[in-house]
Write a protein that binds this ligand. Structure first.
Ligand code: HEC
Ligand code: HEC
Ligand code: HEC
Ligand code: HEC
Ligand code: HEC
Length: 179
């Protein structure tokens, strides 16, 4: 065998050993997070690449199944199209027509990911923060405090308000709610 061939064999051996180890490690952490392990196809969630992906309590469906390239369309090896519109992207799987009388502005405008993380979150519904903190990103909490309606149900704005749309004024979830 010439030097070149030997070198190649070594490299192949090393790569397969490494990838076996990576596979084992990923399988372990994926199982620990209680998510379905991706099938044998190539995955982006390895110990060295994106190791945090899929480890939070609430993992987005396509992230849990390793379908990264549904959203990140590869243009070449490990180069991806920049995501310019989450409105269209999210609608590919979540059709969200406005069917009710009052639509929340950021929902109507398709700003889904102002509130939701596309990958994962420690908060339910993959929110980027607790419900109240998500709302306070745009609504002045001091103004709301004046109405004393924050203390009515600390943290849980969505017991009274719909976050996407509603048939009742002030996005209330049902008629007759008072502060
Ligand atoms: C539902 C669509 C969706 C899926 C599925 C998805 N992503 Fe993303 N990802 C986004 C969006 C939206 C952004 C932010 C916009 C941007 O930077 O292009 C983003 C940003 C990123 C970034 C750069 C910013 C950051 O958060 O560090 C990385 C890296 C990334 N994604 C990796 C992944 C990997 C790895 C997977 C699969 C395990 C994955 N994504 C699955 C939508 C998605
Ligand atoms: C490739 C398809 C796909 C795309 C694109 C996609 N999702 Fe999802 N999404 C899913 C699946 C599958 C689930 C899990 C469904 C379930 O468990 O009922 C899910 C669940 C969710 C949930 C949690 C639902 C719950 O009940 O906890 C939210 C929030 C969400 N997606 C938001 C988004 C946002 C925001 C975008 C755009 C950035 C997006 N999704 C794009 C497939 C997709
Ligand atoms: C103002 C913040 C906000 C915006 C903007 C927003 N959401 Fe939500 N979304 C929430 C909250 C809070 C919940 C939790 C339960 C609820 O209020 O319905 C939720 C729940 C969900 C769920 C799971 C429950 C369900 O209704 O199926 C999905 C899926 C979802 N959102 C997708 C989207 C998509 C897609 C968009 C963009 C078109 C979007 N959201 C825009 C705050 C938001
Ligand atoms: C991305 C910014 C943004 C976020 C985040 C956001 N809102 Fe809004 N919200 C708006 C805008 C813009 C309006 C319309 C202008 C206004 O009336 O202030 C609005 C209006 C409202 C209204 C009044 C509707 C009406 O008919 O007068 C309520 C109630 C409301 N939001 C509740 C919430 C709740 C609850 C959350 C958290 C789940 C939330 N918002 C998160 C931007 C946001
Ligand atoms: C106990 C039920 C209840 C809870 C909990 C609640 N709200 Fe409200 N909210 C209301 C009612 C009722 C109105 C309408 C008041 C009115 O018309 O004077 C309202 C009005 C609003 C408005 C519109 C204000 C305006 O000037 O028109 C916003 C924004 C809002 N709430 C945000 C929130 C946020 C953010 C939270 C969580 C931190 C929250 N609400 C929690 C019942 C509630």
């Amino acid at each position: 065998m010439c030097n070149k061939q030997l070198w190649r064999m070594w490299l192949l051996c090393l790569i397969s050993l490494l990838s076996m180890q990576l596979l084992l490690v990923t399988a372990g952490s994926v199982r620990a997070a209680g998510i379905q392990a991706p099938s044998k196809k190539e995955t982006c969630k390895t110990a060295t690449c994106h190791p945090r992906m899929g480890t939070d309590k609430f993992v987005h469906g396509p992230v849990a199944t390793g379908d990264c390239v549904f959203c990140h369309k590869p243009t070449q090896k490990h180069a991806f199209t920049k995501i310019t519109s989450t409105e269209k992207l999210c609608a590919e799987c979540h059709e969200r027509p406005v069917t009710q009388k009052f639509a929340h502005a950021p929902f109507r405008q398709g700003k889904c990911f102002t509130c939701h993380d596309s990958h994962q979150s420690p908060y339910q519904y993959q929110l980027r923060a607790t419900v109240a903190e998500t709302c306070y990103k745009c609504h002045d909490r001091s103004k709301l405090k004046g109405r004393a309606h924050v203390s009515a149900a600390p943290g849980s704005c969505i017991t009274c308000h719909a976050s996407h749309q509603s048939d009742y004024p002030k996005l209330l979830v049902k008629p007759g709610i008072t502060l």
